[in-house]
Design a protein around this ligand. Sequence first.
Ligand code: TC6
Length: 308
Amino acid sequence: MADSSSFDSDRLLAHKFPETEYTYTERDAALYALGVGACARDATDADELKYVYHENGQQFIQVLPTFAALFSLGSLPNGVHLPGLEYDPRLMLHGQQFIEIYKPFPSNARLHNKVSLAGLHDKGKAAILEIETRSYEKESGELLCMNRTTVYLRGAGGFSDPSQPYSYSSYPTNQVSGVKIPKVQPFAVFEDFTQPSQALLYRLSGDYNPLHSDPMVAKVAGFSRPILHGLCTLGFAVRAIIKSLCRGDPNMVKSIFGRFLLHVFPGETLVTEMWLEGLRVIYQATVKERNRTVLSGYVDLHGLASSL
Ligand SMILES: CCC/C=C/C(=O)SCCNC(=O)CCNC(=O)[C@H](O)C(C)(C)COP(=O)([O-])OP(=O)([O-])OC[C@H]1O[C@@H](n2cnc3c(N)ncnc32)[C@H](O)[C@@H]1OP(=O)([O-])[O-]
């Protein structure tokens, strides 16, 4: 439990996050796609091969919309001191991710990130920290996408008066509230397997948190073995939606929200169920072996594939 005497909300809200840069190439986009399971079942699947290979050259490959989440990796407070907030980085879990995409991603880019605090909430047993990252293309100055990353800091709550727990948000909270799963049969279901080595492959895209690779670190964090990156699970689910409802077109995706409900162990089978509500896809991903829902959220689309 955090010490309420050391918490100073004014200092935290005044904190200026350093701006960051992120450069990626076609190789990074392709490695990411493999990390979230593209082509793992069928290396000739045209819906997925385009994320890793193009016959006219790699500059023509397409980029998955969840690739955006990597741009925010440098914004996360992993080990960074935030004034007035004490926490143990080993107990951090990824809680939610919200992504808005403003234009299709080029196959390579140099980006400039503006980072800000989007929220902080005292939940008693935990603190919830939200960081917003706006990514601009360096050459044109155009805004490419926005990520809002929610981190669940176990053991860091209790820093404010329990009768009036501290809660700050810089955005309308209904934008990222948990979704209600419809009580009817899903419109589409997509089953996919993760590899036992999935987290080891995914980490090469830049998320080197040892929680996903080091058995001892995983044990300290309370898990029997390393767990999958939440963003890898999100990548699997959104890829399933693009495949099932967007005729494989990644540019149909306008925004993405996901809440991580439970950890996934690499090697488990993910079943993504999808419901259509207008241009919104409500989805949930379940681990088949444990019959537990691990992720739920929504994806807003620009339009619907004419075949639906
Ligand atoms: C980035 C850091 C490094 C880690 C990377 C990873 O990939 S780790 C791998 C990927 N990540 C994972 O594997 C994590 C998977 N998720 C989990 O293990 C659990 O959901 C948990 C431990 C995050 C919270 O469980 P719990 O039983 O302790 O929580 P509770 O039900 O008692 O609710 C307490 C309060 O918190 C709220 N709240 C709850 N959940 C979330 C959330 N996800 N998000 C946001 N908020 C959340 C809830 O609404 C409630 O507030 P209210 O309504 O009272 O105002």
